[in-house]
Design a binder for this molecule. Sequence first.
Ligand code: SF4
Length: 118
Amino acid sequence: MIKLRYHHLLCIYYFKGYGYDEAFVENMKDIKSRLYDENIMITSSFDDLCKCCPNKLNDKCKWEEKVNRYDNNIKAILKLDENTTYKYKDINTLLNPVISDNHRCHVCDDCEWSEYCK
Ligand code: SF4
């Protein structure tokens, strides 16, 4: 099972090989390659991507306010239940209209990686 926080559904959808450091990128690649093979548990807290992130402090993210806002924004659009497992194909079905209608700009437009998510 892969644990992903809400806004990371967008991060991983748009992932093109960029990230905070090598460990983060390698972990991201690994998780992305397994999305269709494993169940996805949705969370609003640290997840399997955070595990290898240099911004993960002891008990919170360095960008806590911002990432919580992103989580809440995409949670309101996708309406996936927290601490519940889903198949990625079903998540992807919900994500597709968000991507095609460019709703991402309402979710995380001030993200430092935003220019890569097009
Ligand atoms: S920046 Fe924060 S939310 Fe994003 S992967 Fe790192 S620890 Fe997790």
